[in-house]
Write a new protein. Structure first.
Length: 1014
């Protein structure tokens, strides 16, 4: 159409163009009808006028805006096809109209630019090539202010940045009218309560990778299922009263969508680099998929949150899926991706408010992927039942790992309808607060399966193939059912009754201990082996049934296999038990082995024992129904703590007990022997043979106590016939100031084992730690000196429990003492056999010895300080006269008390005085002696004297600890140099050699290797 024809019909009514676009970038200081450029405040409006240019290109009306120019388009006239149109262009407050030039209109100062549309204009194109341009889509109206729908395509192109807004109700008229925005780096937002966009056909908004889209009006309608939306934006925030469908979209930042339904277009999709927050509001059909992003090109690369009253389907087949908060109020969440996981704090909730449908999660991997959905806040349960389904719809029937946890019950389903049985390569984790039940199909797991349940465990399909299975179950009233078709390694902690059936070999322990409790159970397998770890069958009734009719084997190729029955428990093993070398059969209950009996190989052990809930091992009473046969070199373990019933082990055999050539091992924890003490340790219908480690008088001496061993036809008894005084050798340990932790190595320094240690945490970082036998029971206690400040007195904290039965709450405190700049130490200052306290003050070379009252094991509260002496000995350590105080030792048998002193460049200078004879108050000592070797070590070494050789007179030998290399040096015997601990640790010495390493509490189903010393 010629533009001249437009001018001739300018006064006529408008037909197709019934729109209104109002300008943005308005100054708050100008009237609503005035639209200004950014330069208007500093430049007179009549000094500079920049026109807008218009042109017709085919069916397009093109408007090009200059920099900072605003545009307002208004329709006038009625709906007739020959109606005229008005374009009002404002810039800086001036109004322009046009001259009738073909294909172009240039502003010349008139009030209006007029044209008519006879149907030849199909698209209004707004083009900006300048910076600073802003364009607002306002309320579409006719010429008299009545709202009308927009009857053209709208194409907005910004080539140099700017801003797009919508502040009025704008709607397209028909499905043939399209919106296209191409504005790289431009933000497109809605402002004001009247803003809304109604789209009826496919629309494209391309703001590039840096432009943000925010269309948040509650009145938006983006066209529903018949209208696809293509987005190329940075961040997108969308609110839609209708359904929204994404097509070929890319969101470089975050996506936030609230819509009736949220879909991706068929054979297309959406890629979101940042987080996705999806909320579907349609609640008309609880079985409908209201969030469905499942097309091949869809990728949600950041954390995804989704909320719906309906089904949620999230498929990202070419990428991973990271879930944040997923809530389906009607129950079903379907997930497909290469790998699926959750954020910290994320969850999936498929319960529903009115319990209308069962909750469930359906997952699949497009590759051999990982499904990690183990958040403690997950909840797949509902009153109608919840489920977790693993299937192979996405293409892979093999997963690398699946790890899932839910509140409530977990019904785990393995769907193999498409590509054959689903298999899990490395790990399957099933966890629930209540029941864990496998439904439908069997499970095949090549790696570890770990089950955690607060209720019932139902994995009873004997077609399962688990390989390795760990079960932790805590409800004693509910059962645990396991089935397996192949060789199974099984461990864990089970409170309920266990029913386990394995068609091939069942290995218990091997990887970690197995513990049953009071409910017991039945374990049936072709063959059964206890391997390398403790197996505690608890205090209930348990049956081990080997259908291959072979004995249950207790083996220890790599560690210590233990088969244990608890106090009052019973175990039926009618196929018998074979205890291999290094293995242990023990307990405080009954083993019924029928005619098959128990055979103990050389270096295998049988013993009675009881394990407390705190893990302490005490004497037990073991019954055996059937024969007990100990091979030559097998070990009969015997613990003695006293002479009363229950204070020493007893084994009663309802059958024949053959002990020919076996080794009797006696442990005497806390037992003070008296000549004449007697113990019957074994009874049987028939006893054959005698122990092989007795002397020619049938006697055995252990720790200075000689036992007469009397074997009759039906019993074995011990009687103490001699008691020799014994001296225990001192060992080495550490205090680690950085962790407030004590470390005790229980091996002899001349046969040192760096792995034979245990640790105790006590106090806080900043305390000064040391040790001493403050209760006089022969076992050291840990102690602390806590400074208030460098100039104020501190106080002592002494733990009164023995280190091998440590109780962190058993401690005493003292009154404040000292100046805040002392070093604590311990020694016996009165010769009573109990250690007392000491402080060394370098500023005046003073040793403060502090007697303590008698302290009982386990005592608590505050105690008073006894006689206190301030002993000056030597000179303060200084750069010119370096010494290494304080040193404590017992080098003179004529003195009742221990001696004090200091290291001096390799020598050890000890005060030559019996401190027990000194009065309270101040003393000064000048006499000294130097123990041999005369020179040992160098300046900076910590003096660590101890009775390392178990000297029968109780005298010490010189020892050192060099902190800079974490090295202990002992002057006696082979003079070993032992590296133990870390740089910065502080050396300790005391009476803890040979103490058994503490066991883990029985509640964790760990049993100490009871005769570890053998």
């Amino acid at each position: 159409m010629a533009l001249s024809l437009l001018a001739s019909r300018a006064a006529g009514p408008l037909s197709s163009l019934r729109k209104f676009f109002s300008a943005a970038t308005r100054k708050s200081t100008v009237a609503d009808t005035t639209f200004g450029r950014a330069t208007a405040e500093v430049e007179a409006l009549n000094d500079r006028i920049v026109p807008a240019s218009f042109g017709l290109a085919g069916g397009n009306l093109i408007v090009e805006l200059e920099a900072n120019e605003a545009l307002s388009l208004k329709t006038i006239g009625d709906a007739g096809a020959g109606a005229g149109g008005v374009l009002s262009i404002t810039s800086g407050g001036s109004t322009f109209s046009g001259t009738n030039v073909p294909d172009e209109v240039v502003g010349d100062g008139l009030s209006q630019l007029q044209f008519a549309n006879d149907g030849g204009i199909d698209t209004l194109t707004i083009i900006s090539n300048q910076t600073g341009t802003s364009f607002n889509i306002g309320n579409a109206q006719d010429g008299v202010g009545t709202s009308k729908n927009f009857e053209l395509d709208l194409d907005i192109t910004f080539n140099a940045g700017g801003k797009l807004t919508n502040d009025g109700a704008f709607a397209f008229d028909s499905t043939s009218d399209l919106l296209t925005v191409d504005a790289d780096g431009v933000n497109f937002t809605q402002t004001g309560a009247d803003a809304s966009l109604t789209l009826l056909e496919d629309s494209t908004i391309d703001l590039g990778e840096t432009g943000d889209l925010s269309l948040t009006s509650k009145n938006n309608d983006f066209g529903g299922l018949g209208s696809d939306l293509t987005l190329i934006v940075n961040n997108a925030t969308l609110v839609d009263t209708n359904d929204i469908v994404f097509k070929a979209s890319k969101v470089s930042g975050n996506l936030d969508v609230t819509a009736n339904k949220i879909y991706d277009a068929l054979n297309d999709g959406i890629v979101v680099t940042g987080s996705s927050n999806l909320e579907a509001t349609d609640d008309s059909n609880v079985n409908a998929k209201v969030i469905r992003l499942n097309e091949p090109n869809t990728s949600l690369l950041g954390p995804v949150s989704a909320t719906a009253t309906g089904k949620i389907q999230l498929w990202t087949l070419s990428s991973d899926l990271l879930l944040d908060e997923i809530t389906s109020n009607t129950g079903l969440v379907e997930l497909r991706a290469q790998n699926i996981s959750q954020t910290e704090g994320g969850f999936i909730d498929t319960t529903n408010e009115d319990d209308t449908v069962a909750g469930g999660v359906n997952v699949s991997s497009s590759t051999l992927g990982d499904i990690i959905l183990n958040s403690p806040d997950n909840n797949f349960d509902s009153d109608l039942g919840g489920f977790f389904l693993v299937d192979d719809v996405a293409g892979s029937s093999i997963f690398n790992s699946v790890d899932v946890f839910t509140q409530g019950d977990l019904a785990f389903d393995n769907d193999n309808d498409v590509n054959g049985p689903v298999q899990i390569k490395s790990f399957l984790g099933l966890g629930a607060e209540l029941d864990v039940i496998s439904v439908d199909n069997s499970l095949t797991v090549f790696g570890l399966t770990s089950v955690t349940s607060g209720g019932e465990v139902g994995l009873g399909d004997t077609n399962n193939e688990f390989s390795q299975l760990k079960v932790v179950q805590t409800d004693p009233e509910l059962p645990v059912t396991i089935g397996d078709a192949t060789t199974l390694s099984f461990w864990g902690s089970i409170a309920g009754k266990l029913d386990l059936e394995a068609l091939a070999t069942l290995t218990l322990g091997e990887v970690a201990p197995l513990g049953l409790m009071e409910a017991g159970g039945t374990l049936t397998a072709g063959g059964i082996e206890i391997l390398d770890q403790p197996v505690d069958l608890g205090t209930g009734e348990t049956v081990l049934d080997a259908t291959f009719n072979t004995p249950v084997a207790v083996s220890s190729p790599n560690s210590t296999g233990v088969l244990f029955v608890g106090d009052g428990g019973s175990v039926e093993i009618l196929d018998g038990v074979k205890v291999g070398a290094g293995s242990i059969l023990a307990g405080d209950g009954l083993f019924d082995v029928g005619s098959a009996g128990i055979a103990v190989d050389p270096m295998g052990t049988v013993a009675a024992a009881n394990v407390s809930p705190l893990g302490l091992i005490t004497p037990g009473s073991l019954e055996i129904t059937g024969d007990l046969g100990l091979a030559e070199g097998a070990i009969f373990g015997q613990e003695i703590m006293g002479t009363a019933d229950g204070e020493f082990d007893t084994i009663a055999v309802d059958g024949t007990a053959d002990i020919t050539g076996a080794t009797l091992f006696i442990a005497t924890e806390g037992y003070s022997a008296t000549i004449g003490d007697t113990f019957t340790i074994l009874t049987a219908d028939v006893v054959t043979g005698t122990f092989g480690n007795l002397d020619e008088n049938d006697q055995l001496t252990v720790n200075g106590v000689t036992y007469q061993v009397t074997t009759t036809a039906t019993s074995v008894a011990l009687e103490v016939v001699a008691v020799s005084p014994t001296v225990q050798a001192d060992g080495i340990g550490l205090y680690r100031p950085s962790a407030a932790e004590f470390v005790f190595n229980t091996s002899d320094v001349f046969n040192f084992d760096p792995n034979a240690f245990f640790t105790i945490g006590f106090g806080q970082v900043g305390d000064q730690g040391f040790i001493g036998d403050f209760t006089g029971d022969g076992i050291v206690n840990v102690a602390l000196y806590r400074d208030v400040s460098d100039t104020e007195p501190g106080f002592f904290i002494i733990n009164t429990s023995p280190i091998n039965s440590f109780d962190p709450d058993a401690f005493i405190t003292t009154p404040f003492i000292g100046n805040g700049d002392e070093v604590p130490f311990a020694g016996d200052w009165d010769g009573d056999g109990d250690d007392d306290l000491g402080l060394y003050r370098n500023v005046d070379a003073t040793y403060v010895t502090i007697n303590l009252p008698e302290i009982a094991p386990g005592q608590t509260g505050e105690v008073a300080l006894g006689l206190t002496r301030n002993i000056v000995f030597g000179n303060p350590s200084s750069p010119t006269n370096p010494t290494d105080p304080p040193a404590v030792g017992n080098f003179n048998a004529a003195y009742a008390a221990d001696q004090i002193g200091f290291g001096a460049q390799g020598t050890l200078d000890m005060a030559d005085v019996d401190i027990a004879t000194l009065p309270a108050g101040n003393s000064s000592i000048s006499a000294f002696f130097q123990p041999s070797p005369l020179v040992f070590g160098t300046t900076g070494d910590v003096q660590l004297n101890g009775n390392y050789t178990a000297d029968e007179n109780g005298l010490d030998q010189r020892g050192l600890y060099r902190s800079e290399s974490a090295t202990f040096s002992i002057s006696s015997g082979s003079q070993p140099n032992i590296v133990f601990g870390l740089v910065g640790d502080q050396g300790l010495t005391g009476n803890f050699v040979g103490l058994p390493l503490p066991v883990v509490p029985a509640t964790e189903s760990l049993i100490d290797s009871f005769f570890e010393e053998v």
